[in-house]
Design a protein around this ligand. Structure first.
Ligand SMILES: NC(=O)c1ccc[n+]([C@@H]2O[C@H](COP(=O)([O-])OP(=O)(O)OC[C@H]3O[C@@H](n4cnc5c(N)ncnc54)[C@H](O)[C@@H]3O)[C@@H](O)[C@H]2O)c1
Length: 394
């Protein structure tokens, strides 16, 4: 079988990280790259000997690629994905798939016209053995219907140097959001993937609290799940708290999931599952002990330190092209949920109202356009920051 010829649009930090493992992926041939910043493009073309384009759309139309990987700033993801599908290319897009759920749906609609093409998103943490083990526990029903979810994920600390490292970063116009759109989409994605989409959000969102930026850098959100069709949650609904920021150090990363059969805690890369021997709801109704509690056993789940990282998603994408019906780790469609949740949190924080999900996508679009139009923010000069890629991803 012929190798899949892959073109990469956007040749910045993340793209170069991907390019570093391409050779190890069977069936992948890296053929072309595009970037409108020639320094980054030249670096990549000279390093990898691929054809270079200063315009991503020209790469798409070049006939040199069967598939495209989109690693530009987020605003360009939907247009380039749509152009890719229109040209008959498979698309693997970096997260988030778009800035707004409305745009993500536009991509889905275009993809629906080209069903033979693979559409995948880079949510690589889904492929981590620890998260796969947690998903199995929930899907098997071992935790019972979930009633409470608390996630405090404040270890997304970013310095001002990071915020200043790109003209597009941390502005409404250039990026479209802050911690909710750039850093914690992985956590929002895991939340939706594991428990299902919340149905309502009330959030406190602070913009530019810790950095000279105009977008969100602190979020505290109350979540509700009350979708009767969601079998993973308690039939009477579930509640949650989600806290994130780029302004706290040392940060925490602690997820607590409580179900009718116990509590699962994920902290510092360790999973502790304290399982009750009986249903808590049943015990509550049947015991005659005023202060009795169900007995429990505690299991620690150790999936080792191996982190397969981004390459697994790229390998899965290539495999899905070569062998149709290969299940995707993260389809583009399934990446909509986290984006919608992030949009809802931002909309709630900025308007002071609780927001239902699915959101009023047109209203969110208007809100963001208004923020862009009314912005008076003056970003500091763009400065090259020291980048240690090993420190940049969890
Ligand atoms: N999956 C992950 O864990 C992960 C981690 C980091 C970044 N990302 C995502 O990768 C994307 C890029 O982030 P980054 O950190 O590499 O940014 P970056 O600023 O380092 O790189 C972006 C590159 O895109 C180029 N570019 C800008 N507009 C373009 C356009 N219209 N056409 C072609 N090239 C264009 C820029 O010149 C730059 O070289 C973002 O969407 C980000 O969310 C994902």
């Amino acid at each position: 079988m012929k190798p899949i010829r892959l073109g990469v649009i956007g040749c910045g930090g993340m793209a170069r990280n991907h390019m570093g493992y391409f050779e190890s992926i069977p069936g992948l041939k890296f053929t072309a790259a595009a970037d409108n910043f020639t320094d980054n493009l030249d670096l990549v073309t000279s390093l990898f000997g691929v054809e270079g384009f200063t315009d991503g759309r020209k790469l798409i139309k070049s006939g040199l690629c069967d598939a495209v990987m989109i690693c530009t700033p987020h605003w360009f993801h939907p247009e380039l994905s749509i152009a890719g599908f229109k040209a008959g290319l498979h698309v693997l897009t970096e997260k988030p798939v778009a800035v707004t759920a409305k745009d993500a749906v536009r991509v889905e609609k275009e993809h629906a016209k080209h069903r033979g093409l693979v559409y995948a998103a880079m949510f690589q943490i889904r492929a981590h053995p620890m998260w796969l083990a947690i998903k199995q526990i929930i899907d098997r029903g071992d935790l019972g219907p979930i009633q409470r979810v608390n996630w405090i994920v404040t270890n997304w600390f970013r310095s001002q140097a990071y915020m200043d490292s790109g003209a597009w970063r941390a502005t409404w116009k250039g990026e479209g959001g802050g911690v909710l759109l750039n850093q914690c989409p992985h956590n929002l994605d895991l939340l939706c993937w594991l428990v299902g989409s919340p149905t309502e959000v009330l959030a406190d969102v602070r913009c530019g609290k810790y950095h000279h930026i105009e977008v969100d850098d602190e979020v505290s959100a109350l979540l509700k799940w009350d979708d009767k069709k969601n079998r993973r949650i308690n039939p009477k609904g579930a509640t949650g708290v989600f806290v994130t920021t780029t302004g706290e150090s040392p940060g925490s990363d602690r997820l607590e999931l409580v179900g009718d059969r116990g509590k699962l805690i994920v902290e510092n890369g360790k999973v502790t599952f304290t399982r009750t021997h009986v249903s808590v709801a049943k015990f509550c109704k049947t015991t005659d002990e005023a202060f009795g509690q169900p007995t429990t056993e505690t299991i620690t789940i150790d999936t080792g330190s191996a982190n397969p990282g981004h390459s697994v998603v790229t390998a899965n994408f290539i495999q899905a092209i070569r062998k149709p019906k290969t299940p995707l780790i993260c389809s583009g469609q399934s990446a909509l949920a986290e984006l919608e949740l992030g949009n809802a949190m931002l909309m709630s924080g900025l308007t002071g109202n609780a927001v239902r999900i699915p959101t009023n996508r047109a209203a969110y679009d208007r809100l963001l356009k208004d923020l862009i139009a009314k912005s008076t923010f003056k970003k500091g000069a763009v400065k090259k920051a020291k980048v240690d890629m090993a420190k940049s991803f969890h």
